[in-house]
Each structure stands twice: as structure tokens, then as C-alpha cells.
Design a protein around this ligand. Structure first.
Ligand code: IPD
Ligand code: CA
Ligand code: CA
Length: 256
């Protein structure tokens, strides 16, 4: 099996575990505070994914949310894993959470997979092969009029309420768009833009495991990702993220 097939098999198996699991409140822990949670299942799924990857490709490196990076000596392929993106949704709703698997050779994307676990829908893309939702091709929306656009952001607090250098810009943008939606999963929200159900996405805080799978899917679907300053989105650092349904929109959205 090649890496894509290993990923497809392991992500579906992990989804099955999460759909069947019963979360006990005692399995929920705070990380940096009451808005940053982890469960027994985040850790279990990441272990399961790491095991599947390293069994098949022991020379690969892994960057995942819940454990220190696994660095290979020699190999140049890195996997970015978020075992549950949207842990708060997993805890409170048992829906609207994803497993995210991105695979890169250095800074060249190989493929990205985002499983919407409860809907049993797999977003995926191989570099140069278009973007897909299960067996159907997906594409970003063609909307270019800001007043008709839907903006999605995972955390209202961080985007609009907390002080940061882009706060005023984003509040102005929120007034211009048709609506703002907040799903609570960076990976799923980037896939919403890829599938044309949202037109743009912003977040002030995202980590490599949050966005390095879905950014491949979004770019293959015709969209573009940047930092909030309009720069290149780094592969290995925490960053702001601005995702758009068209690269040229970057020069217009903050013009007012
Ligand atoms: C978080 C979710 C959330 C976003 C945070 C992420 P997690 O990931 O994507 O919507 O606002 O910035 O860290 O902790 O659920 O994997
Ligand atoms: Ca995440
Ligand atoms: Ca996570």
C-alpha cells in the first residue's frame, strides 16, 4: 500500500472508533485553560494513527497535536495529524469534529484528508489531482461580491473580541459580508470553503496540524491560503490563516 492508501484506511478506522466511543466527563482535561481541552480519545486516536504510519513507513516524520514530534533521520516525508479537530464540539455535541491527516515531502504537498467523522464524509486531495468529497469533485464558490459572501471563523472570541492587530479590519469585514458562521473546526471550515459552502475563512490562531491537510484540499479546489498579512502560510509554525475562494480577492477584502 502507498501512503495515500494507508492514510485512507487508518482515518476510516479511527472515525469508526470515535463514532462508537462513549465519552466520560472524567476523560476530559484542560490543557492551557478551560477553553483548551483534550480527551482520552484525542490521545488514543493520535497513538493509533502514529502506529499505523510508523508500521508502514518507519522512516517518516510525524507532527501531531498531542505528542512530541517524531523526527526521522534521513526520510523527507512528514505527516501532520490532528486526531480530533474540534475537540470542544466532540465533547459538547458529538458532531462537527474531524480527523485531519496531511502528508508533505519537505514543503511539497502530497495529499490531504479531512474526515467529517459523524457525517462519514471524507474530503481529500492529492497534489495536482483536484479536490474531492468522497467520490465527487468539489470546487470553491465563484462568488466575487463581498456583500454576498459567507465568512467562516472557528472562534468568535479570538477573531473579533480579543485585541490583535487585525481586529478592526475583521470587524469591518464582518459588517460587509452577507453573514459570519462559526463551526469550531479549522479543518472542516477550510473544507467548507473548498466545497463552496463558505467563501472565506479567517483565524488568528492555527497550528500546523489544524491546517496542513485542509490547505492542500482548498488549493486543489481552486482556493488560496495566506497569513492574515497576505504572506505565505508557514508549514511548521503556528500562524494566523486567511483562506479565500480566489487568490485575487486578497487585494480587495480589506480595502474599505
Ligand atoms: C481547535 C479548533 C478550533 C480553533 C482552535 C483549534 P482542536 O482545534 O480547530 O475551532 O478555534 O484554534 O486549536 O483543539 O479542537 O484540535
Ligand atoms: Ca485542531
Ligand atoms: Ca485536536
Amino acid at each position: 500500500m502507498d501512503r495515500f492508501d494507508v492514510a485512507a484506511e487508518m482515518i476510516q478506522a479511527a472515525g469508526e472508533v470515535l463514532r462508537r466511543c462513549h465519552l466520560e466527563q472524567a476523560e476530559v482535561r484542560q490543557k492551557t485553560g478551560h477553553q483548551d481541552l483534550v480527551t482520552f480519545w484525542d490521545k488514543k486516536i493520535e497513538q493509533q494513527l502514529r502506529h499505523a504510519i510508523l508500521t508502514a513507513f518507519p522512516q517518516d516524520s510525524i507532527v501531531g497535536e498531542e505528542y512530541p514530534p517524531e523526527e526521522s533521520c534521513g526520510g523527507k516525508v512528514t505527516w501532520y495529524l490532528d486526531p480530533i479537530d474540534g475537540t470542544t464540539n466532540f465533547i459538547n455535541q458529538h458532531r462537527n469534529y474531524a480527523i485531519s491527516v496531511g502528508c508533505w515531502a519537505g514543503d511539497t504537498p502530497l495529499f490531504g484528508m479531512v474526515l467529517d467523522v459523524e457525517r462519514r464524509e471524507l474530503y481529500w486531495a492529492k497534489h495536482g489531482g483536484g479536490a474531492w468529497l468522497d467520490q465527487s469533485p468539489i470546487h470553491v464558490s465563484r462568488c466575487r461580491d463581498i456583500t454576498e459572501m459567507l465568512l467562516t471563523t472557528p472562534g468568535l472570541q479570538y477573531t473579533f473580541l480579543e485585541r490583535h492587530p487585525h481586529q478592526e479590519q475583521l470587524i469591518r469585514l464582518a459588517r460587509r459580508v452577507r453573514a459570519v458562521r462559526c463551526l469550531g473546526s479549522v479543518a472542516l471550515e477550510l473544507c467548507e470553503v473548498a466545497a463552496g459552502r463558505a467563501d472565506m475563512f479567517v483565524t488568528m490562531r492555527s497550528s500546523p496540524w489544524d491546517h496542513n491537510a485542509a490547505r492542500i484540499i482548498l488549493e486543489e479546489a481552486g482556493g488560496a491560503v495566506f497569513t492574515m498579512d497576505g504572506g505565505h502560510l508557514p508549514l511548521n509554525q503556528k500562524s494566523t490563516v486567511l483562506a479565500l475562494n480566489a487568490v485575487e480577492l486578497k487585494d480587495h477584502i480589506f480595502c474599505v
